[in-house]
Design a binder for this molecule. Structure first.
Ligand SMILES: CNc1ncnc2c1ncn2[C@@H]1O[C@H](COP(=O)(O)O)[C@@H](O)[C@H]1O
Length: 413
C-alpha cells in the first residue's frame, strides 16, 4: 500500500510508505511533541538526501548544459583541474550520462515507490545523482538544499507567524552531522569537492550543523582511501569543519582486512576524527569481518549493525576502549528504520533490531540514511516510534524522548 501525504515540516519532500502512514496516524498533539523534540540527525548521506524538487532543477540545468555545449560528451583532458591534482589523474567526462539517460533516470527517481528487490538494487540510482552533482555549482546547490531540508535556512529566517513570531516550518533536526564521499569529477578534485560542501556546512552555527563526516566507499582503492583520509585530516587540522570518518558503500564490496585500511582509521582517530562504520548491514556480511571492524577500526558509532552476532554485540555493549579517558564506552548505533525496511534487510518493523537495543537501554540515534530514495524525513522516522500499531512501535512520548536524548549524546562534538 502506498500513501502520499504532505510533509508538515518540509513541503518539498514527499514522504511515502510506512513512514507516511505512521506520520499521518499521529494526533496533532503527538505531532507537536515530535516537532518540538530536539532531534539529532547523525546518519544522512548528502547525495541520498537531495530533495526531489532540487533534483528536478539539477536535471534541467544538466540538460541545458548538454544542449548548449557541443563538446559535452568528450572526456575532459587529464590534469585540467586544480593545481593540487596530479596531471596524470584521468578526469571523468563532463557529462557522463546522455540527456536521454538523465531524463529517464529522473523519471525512475520520481516514481520510486518504496519497493526494492534487495539492498544491492539501492546503489544503482546514484549513477544519475552523481552525474547531477559533478560540478561545483550543482554540488553547492544540492548541498544547500540538503542542509535547508534538515535544518531550515542558515540565517534562521524561515517563515514565521506574523503574530507569534513562531516558525511555521520548524526544522527537521535541531542538530545535523552530514556525510559524503568525495569524488574526482571533470570540474573538481576530491579536495575541491570537500571544500565546496564545507563552504555550505560552515554557513551554519556549529551547534546546529556539527560538521561533515567524510565517507570512504568500500569500493575505493587503497590509494584513494589514503588520499581521502589525508584530506580529511588536513582539513580538520586547517580548522575546517570535518568531524568524522565513515565507511559505507555496497555492504559486500571490498577487502576490509588490509593493514593500510586499518592504519588509515587509526590515523583519522589520532587526528581527533570520530569514527563511524556501516557494519553488518546484510545477513551475508561475515561475522569475523564485523569483529575485525570493531576491534581494528575502533569505531565510536555504528551504522545499521543489523546482523551482529553475540560476540560482536558484546563489544558494542562493553565498548572497545575508544573513550580513552573514561575507559570503555558503549558504541552507539545509528538506526535507519525505513531504509532497512525498504532494502529488505529487516522483514518488518516489529522484527527490527531497534527492539533489541531498546530493551537493553543501549544508545541509539534515529536517522534517515537517504531521504530521497526512502521517501522519508527525520520527523517521519520518529513517527515510526510513536505511532500505534500497525503503523509504528507504539512507544510512549517519554520513551521516545529518551531515545532522542540518547541520540543527542552520540554527537561527534
Ligand atoms: C542503504 N544504506 C547504505 N548503506 C551503505 N552505503 C550507503 C547507504 N546509503 C548511502 N550509502 C552511500 O552513500 C553514497 C551516497 O552519498 P554520498 O555520495 O556519500 O554523498 C552512496 O553511493 C553509498 O556509497
Amino acid at each position: 500500500m502506498t500513501s502520499n501525504i504532505e510533509n508538515p515540516i518540509n513541503n518539498d519532500s514527499d514522504i511515502r510508505g510506512r513512514a507516511a502512514l505512521a506520520l499521518s496516524s499521529l494526533s496533532p498533539s503527538q505531532l507537536t511533541f515530535l516537532q518540538n523534540l530536539p532531534k539529532a540527525e547523525l546518519h544522512a548521506h548528502l547525495n541520498g538526501c537531495i530533495p526531489l524538487k532540487t533534483i528536478k532543477e539539477l536535471v534541467d540545468e544538466y540538460v541545458m548544459e548538454v544542449d548548449n555545449d557541443a563538446s559535452v560528451f568528450t572526456t575532459t583532458p587529464s590534469g585540467s583541474g586544480s593545481a593540487s591534482e596530479p596531471t596524470t589523474t584521468p578526469r571523468p567526462p563532463k557529462h557522463p550520462l546522455t540527456k536521454t539517460e538523465i531524463l529517464s533516470g529522473y523519471s525512475l527517481l520520481e516514481k520510486f515507490d518504496s519497493e526494492l528487490d534487495d539492498i544491492h538494487a539501492f546503489f544503482a540510482p546514484f549513477a544519475i545523482i552523481y552525474a547531477l552533482t559533478n560540478t561545483k555549482g550543482r554540488l553547492r546547490k544540492a548541498t544547500r538544499a540538503v542542509l535547508e531540508g534538515f535544518l531550515g535556512s542558515a540565517d534562521g529566517n524561515d517563515d514565521r507567524d506574523s503574530n507569534s513570531n513562531i516558525s511555521m516550518t520548524p526544522p527537521q533536526a535541531a542538530y545535523l552531522e552530514l556525510r559524503t564521499t568525495p569524488r574526482t569529477t571533470s570540474d573538481m578534485s576530491r579536495l575541491e569537492y570537500l571544500e565546496t560542501v564545507l563552504d555550505e556546512v560552515e554557513r551554519y552555527p556549529k551547534d546546529r550543523m556539527g560538521g561533515l563526516i567524510v565517507s570512504l566507499d568500500r569500493k575505493m582503492t587503497l590509494d584513494v582511501v589514503r588520499e581521502v583520509v589525508d584530506l580529511a585530516v588536513g582539513l580538520k587540522t586547517g580548522k575546517r569543519r570535518v568531524i568524522g570518518l565513515d565507511l559505507c558503500g555496497d555492504p559486500l564490496a571490498g577487502n576490509m582486512y588490509s593493514p593500510l585500511l586499518t592504519q588509515c582509521f587509526q590515523d583519522a582517530r589520532n587526528a581527533g576524527l570520530g569514527i563511524t562504520l556501516h557494519i553488518a548491514e546484510t545477513a551475508q556480511n561475515p561475522s569475523p569481518e564485523s569483529i575485525h571492524l570493531l576491534r581494528a577500526f575502533i569505531p565510536d558509532r555504528l551504522g545499521h549493525a543489523t546482523f551482529l552476532d553475540e560476540e560482536a554485540r558484546e563489544v558494542v555493549f562493553d565498548g572497545n576502549g575508544h573513550g580513552h579517558e573514561e575507559g570503555k564506552r558503549k558504541i552507539g548505533v545509528e538506526v535507519c528504520l525505513s531504509s532497512n525496511l525498504i532494502c529488505k534487510t529487516v522483514p518488518t518493523l516489529e522484527d527490527h533490531h531497534i527492539r533489541y537495543y531498546l530493551e537493553r537501554d543501549h544508545p541509539i540515534a534515529i536517522c534517515t540514511d537517504d531521504t530521497l530514495p526512502f521517501r522519508t524525513s527525520l520527523l517521519a522516522e520518529y513517527a515510526l516510534l510513536l505511532a500505534s500499531a500497525p503503523w509504528g512501535l507504539g512507544m510512549s512520548e517519554g520513551e521516545v524522548e529518551r531515545v532522542a536524548r540518547g541520540g543527542w549524546g552520540m554527537r561527534f562534538l
